[in-house]
Design a protein around this ligand. Structure first.
Ligand code: FAD
Length: 300
């Protein structure tokens, strides 16, 4: 199907994009990689009157470590493939490398951007839970400058974020976990390239005695938004990562999950998948902490 008619502008700068957003208000849509917007327009589920192409803006796809701030900065236009191939990300944020590898197919990974994926706020998207487990932040730029929003409070509903009509995502800030840290991202999918049935991101900071000093736990496809499983994080924090601790935390994970039944499974099934993926992700994180090479990512 063809999209409904629309006007099209190429933004020449971030300021220009914001100016166009202000001028066209609710009828305008930004276009980055087009991997979500274009199919939705073709199905006429979204019918913008004005498409503002930001995909060619320079300087918004860099991925670099800012050691002074203790973060990796990722431009909004960095694609899933770029993040997956980044040496800085592999060394500092291997959880993100793992997530980048399980998104869609090669075309989606090559065109789709992190800014677009977060703005789209698909409840089954992969970056939301990963950003929340890593305590990442989203840079939202509007007419009065940049405001930085924690990933934990960025998503407000399915396909809805805190972004105002005249704001765009310009970058992400992801804190670099400490050296004694390990994590895993696990996504259950029914077939290759599909969105998640459920997914779990876990990042654990461990001391020399195997006690958890900090935990990041977040769930995807487990509700209308990504869910930061705060009670599970608290159940792990300050404890040795032993059977009883993980059992208690897994209970909290399943309590936090509130998945909708759909073609990918019933609500009870998805909740159980969240619990099982959490167990597996913690086990993988512990093994990685011990220096083992463990393959994560897809679970089918
Ligand atoms: C076949 C297929 C499989 C997929 N599988 C997965 C998957 O397994 N996991 C997953 O997470 N995703 C998946 N996706 C979605 C994919 O990750 C998209 O790339 C992503 O959702 C959107 O990024 P984009 O750059 O293409 O954004 P676009 O499609 O260009 O835009 C998406 C939305 O975000 C807005 N937007 C874009 N950029 C910005 C910005 N910088 N600031 C503010 N708003 C912005 C647009 O206006 C639009 O509303 C899949 C998509 C397809 C088509």
């Amino acid at each position: 199907m063809y999209p409904a008619a629309f006007d099209y502008s190429v933004a020449e700068s971030v300021d220009h994009a914001i100016d166009l957003l202000q001028r066209h208000e609710e009828g305008a849509k930004l276009l980055s990689g087009g991997q979500s917007l274009v199919p939705l327009m073709k199905l006429r589920l979204v019918q913008p009157t004005h498409v503002i192409d930001i995909g060619r803006l320079g300087g918004l796809s860099d991925v670099r470590e800012d050691a002074t701030a203790g973060v990796v900065r990722i431009g909004a236009l960095a694609t899933h493939a770029q993040v997956g191939a980044s040496t800085v990300v592999r060394e500092k944020l291997p959880l993100m490398t793992e997530a980048a590898g399980v998104i869609g197919d090669a075309q989606v990974r090559g065109w789709g951007t992190l800014g677009g994926a977060l703005a789209e706020a698909d409840p089954a998207g992969d970056w939301g839970p990963v950003m929340q487990a890593l305590e990442g932040r989203v840079e939202c730029t509007g007419p009065s400058g940049i405001r930085v929003v924690e990933a934990a409070s960025f998503f407000v509903d399915a396909y809805t974020t805190v972004l105002a009509d005249d704001e765009m995502i310009t970058g992400l800030q992801v804190p670099v976990p400490s050296k004694g840290s390990a994590g895993a991202y696990l996504k259950m999918e029914r077939r290759a390239g599909d969105f998640a049935v459920a997914s779990v991101a876990v990042q654990l900071e461990l001391d020399g005695a195997g006690n958890c000093t900090k935990a990041g736990v977040a769930l995807g496809a487990a509700g209308l938004t990504p869910i930061k499983a705060v009670a599970a994080e608290e159940a792990l924090r300050g404890q040795p990562v032993a059977q009883e601790t993980v059992e208690a935390a897994a209970e909290r994970v399943m309590e936090a999950a509130n998945p909708l039944a759909d073609v990918r499974g019933s609500s009870d099934y998805k909740r159980a998948v969240c619990g099982a993926l959490f167990w597996k992700a913690v086990d993988m994180a512990l093994r990685r902490h011990r220096g083992e090479t463990v393959k994560g990512g897809h679970v089918r």
